[in-house]
Write a protein that binds this ligand. Sequence first.
Ligand SMILES: O=P(O)(O)OC[C@H]1O[C@H](O[C@H]2O[C@H](CO)[C@@H](O)[C@H](O)[C@H]2O)[C@H](O)[C@@H](O)[C@@H]1O
Ligand SMILES: O=c1ccn([C@@H]2O[C@H](COP(=O)(O)OP(=O)(O)O)[C@@H](O)[C@H]2O)c(=O)[nH]1
Length: 461
Amino acid sequence: MSTPRHAGARLVVVSNRVALPRQTATGGLASALQAALRERGGLWFGWSGKLAADTAATVHRLHDANVDYATIDLSRTDYDDFYTGFANGALWPMLHYRPDLVDYQRSYLDGYLRVNETFADRLQQLITPDDIIWVHDYHLIPLAAMLRRRGVKNRIGFFLHTPLPAAGLLIALPNHRELLETLVSYDLIGVHTTRDLRALEDYFLHETGAVMRRDGRMRSANGRLFRGAAFPISIDTAGLAEAARNAGSNRELGQLRDSLEGRSLIIGVDRLDYSKGLPQRFQAYAQLLERAPELHRRITFLQIAPPSRGAVLEYRQIRRDLERSSGHINGKYAAPDWAPIRYINKSFPHKLLAGYYRTARVGLVTPLRDGMNLVAKEYVASQDPEDPGVLVLSRFAGAAQELTDALLVNPADTEEVADALQQALAMPLAERRQRWNAMMAVLRKNDITAWCNAFLQALGH
Ligand SMILES: O=P(O)(O)OC[C@H]1O[C@H](O[C@H]2O[C@H](CO)[C@@H](O)[C@H](O)[C@H]2O)[C@H](O)[C@@H](O)[C@@H]1O
Ligand SMILES: O=c1ccn([C@@H]2O[C@H](COP(=O)(O)OP(=O)(O)O)[C@@H](O)[C@H]2O)c(=O)[nH]1
């Protein structure tokens, strides 16, 4: 076998969201890349998460545990147009099959392109010709094209962390071709699942005039060779399992356990995002309470939902809706000594979450669409092998392609979700173990290191 070109080369990761040391990373991209980079080392370049008078006036440098960080601030206007406006007001809903929520404005697209140009300028000053560059997510689609225009010849890979809908939907995005065709400047485009890959190839072959070659690469209309492939992202499986094992002495975990007084815990952990299916999840839980009075006082549903992207209208709306709906459920079913739902708009550190997951009899993960959903994988990895809990998982999370031993549900079918909750709560130990072992085998094989190596191996060839 030939030596992959990436062997020994420095890895330069570029993403909008960067998990700076000692920050709680609420978002799968940040959690996953943090784990991948700590293992392999390299440079991580992206947004600092802060606003300043001017975009990228300074490049902030930091070194911690094998990783160099280089981050830039954004001006208020660039944050509004690039992050809130185009990336999360137009691209995110489109990529999550919600064209009805797309708020497309030319000024947002201009801001998006402007920030990508700034990323290209700053990045060019940080890289050397041997570096392998790995760009992440929908915020930075045109970055490679902009780097190529500046003469950068390095291998450049791209990974899309969201789902990719079918071409028939993508073409509803104004100027889709100008934007998406820039992807051909990458040497490799990674997506999570084979469904996303089919959509990618279909888009290029049928909408842009690219052709598929015998070796699996595509040739774009302007003659560039590039390739798409599926790499389901994963977690630090062994690390999570260890954190969950060791969480026992944590004071906050002890407080949660004491407060349960022997009740079975159902846990949900999601950014407060309309793609996560939270209103439907709350409705399914209410249906369970309605149909199974014998479960009253015997179960508690803990939903952790840190606020996210609050500058986008839909995110503020969903927050209000869920406050109403959780209040309604407690108002209707609670007793003086029992609240059926605990709903928390706060983020928790990974290590504590691992203990919470292990305490929960059921992990409830029901996004309407999700690129992968790392919470589903973290829940499984955190379980006690002797007494594992049950994962109820949406068919429309990328994770469902691998975690086929979860109880798979359609999140829009709230009766089905209520059925699955009932089944999970009553599941005998032997079946729980058998399902957990099967899922854990998948996660041991495809952990974050395997994911990172698979992508870089493919990019190196
Ligand atoms: O950076 P934010 O705007 O605060 O949002 C957090 C991240 O959300 C999305 O995460 C995705 O990546 C996960 C890992 O691949 C995946 O499991 C999940 O399904 C995706 O939703 C977004 O794609 C990231 O860019 C954001 O940083
Ligand atoms: O309070 C919280 C909530 C979430 N997360 C982490 O945020 C990530 C969420 O990733 P996922 O892929 O499930 O969804 P995303 O938010 O990226 O769409 C997971 O690693 C969670 O452990 C966290 O650390 N603290």
